[in-house]
Ligand binder design. Structure first.
Ligand code: LCS
Length: 393
């Protein structure tokens, strides 16, 4: 069977297979740090690239390769590089593709550390960055400088749920000879394939939807072309932010149910969004599946579903948010997202606390913003839990 021609869910079940002499139904865990060579000549060929045999797990490992092959297939990329976390993916991309004096144009409301690592660490290496609302295409055009080398997009943005037009950004990037990177964590490849809209590099925190069971921290980078893939793989190997075979095995297990988990989670999220939109204590809500979302139409064009992430604000502001978070019983008061369990958190004081107050406000990460990651529990239990906690305000 040609796996390339199968549907998405078939790729989830069979796309991560490798040759196995015993016919194992799952990918075995090659829990080894090193691989012996058949001969001195064979070892030299592995190192020169003449042979593609495995050498050492930081460089490559069959269990990890199975996952990389599967995700490259799901994202329609040339190749994928599995790494130890989503942040390892972001830092490998920054350090692998930028040099001192290069400028990044980026979505302002991105995962807090993806921004603060540039503003607080990589400025020491001469990186420059301009953070804007990339949902505003004119702002993207105006932010480009002669030394801009990377357009870094997160859509939907964490935590504002603003949506950036991928095709329009790719056009701007390519006209200006700039690499376009998309953090696709909020969608997973099931809901969005940025490479198909012209992006050059996509990455995921697989800690979230792809693994989906709140038991692994992991990341992956997918490159559209071989030259970028080679640069990024080389950077990963040298930084040593490789994945571990056991971590890869757990993600290979979790990913099998990605489509049915997201189908259920986004069905729940839509119902929760309608409930919150009509609740008298809610001041505003942003969910791509609501007609009130400013980019409702764009979401329909570039996403195959509305996802499971919701942001909303209470009329009673941060005080009300604290009461809500302290009174939920089913939803876990926890950061992370994209798992089978419903999670609630407060980005301004938690995930985005390292971004300055001024930058947070400019990016729309206001004090009243609460973020929900809707899980796959029975929707009436999720709503009942929110209802009783909202009554405490
Ligand atoms: N990109 C996005 C969009 C994320 O949401 C996260 C983590 C990362 C990258 C980094 O991935 P990690 O290294 O954690 O695997 N987001 C988190 C969040 O919103 N709450 O806790 C972690």
């Amino acid at each position: 069977m040609n796996i390339q021609k199968t549907g998405f869910s078939t790729k989830l079940i069979h796309g991560g297979e490798i040759d196995d002499q015993f016919g194992s139904a799952t990918v075995p865990i090659y829990q080894t740090s090193t691989f012996s060579f058949d001969s001195a000549e064979d070892g030299a060929k592995c190192f020169s690239g003449e042979s593609d045999g495995y050498i050492y797990t930081r460089i490559g490992n069959p269990t990890i390769s199975a996952l990389e092959g599967q995700i490259a297939l799901l994202e329609n990329g040339f190749g994928a590089i599995a790494v130890s976390s989503g942040m390892a993916a972001a830092t490998t991309i920054y350090l692998g593709l930028l040099s001192s004096g290069d400028h990044i144009v980026s979505t302002d409301a991105i995962y807090g550390p993806s921004r603060s690592v540039v503003e607080k660490q990589f400025v020491r290496f001469g990186f420059q960055a301009t953070y804007i609302n990339t949902a505003d295409i004119e702002a993207v055009k105006n932010a480009i400088r002669p030394n801009t080398k990377m357009l870094y997009i997160e859509t939907p943005a964490n935590p504002t749920m603003d949506i950036t037009n991928l095709a329009a950004c790719a056009e701007i990037a390519h006209k200006n000879g700039i690499l376009m990177v998309v953090d696709n964590t909020f969608c997973s490849p099931y809901l969005q394939n940025p490479l198909d809209f012209g992006a050059d590099i996509v990455f995921h925190s697989m800690t979230k939807f792809i693994n989906g069971h709140a038991d692994v921290v992991a990341g992956i980078i997918i490159a559209k072309e071989d030259a970028i893939y080679a640069k990024l793989r080389n950077m990963m190997i040298n930084m040593g932010c490789n994945m571990d075979p056991h971590q890869a095995y757990l993600v290979l297990r979790g990913i099998k149910t990605l489509s049915i988990r997201i189908d259920r989670a986004q069905e729940n999220a839509q119902k929760v969004a309608w409930f919150l939109e009509n609740h008298p204590k809610i001041a505003w809500i942003k969910y791509p599946g609501l007609k009130s979302h400013p980019q409702f139409q764009l979401a329909k064009q570039q996403m195959r579903g509305s996802g499971a992430m919701i942001s909303f604000g209470l009329k009673s502001g941060f005080e009300g948010a604290k009461t809500l978070m302290n009174n939920v019983h089913l939803a876990l008061l926890a950061v992370s997202l994209g798992g089978v369990e419903t999670l609630i958190q407060h980005p301004a004081s938690m995930t985005h606390s390292k971004v300055s107050v001024e930058d947070k406000n400019k990016a729309g990460i206001t004090d009243d913003l609460i973020r929900l990651s809707v899980g796959i529990e029975d929707f009436n239990d999720i709503i009942e839990d929110l209802q009783q906690a909202l009554e405490k305000i």
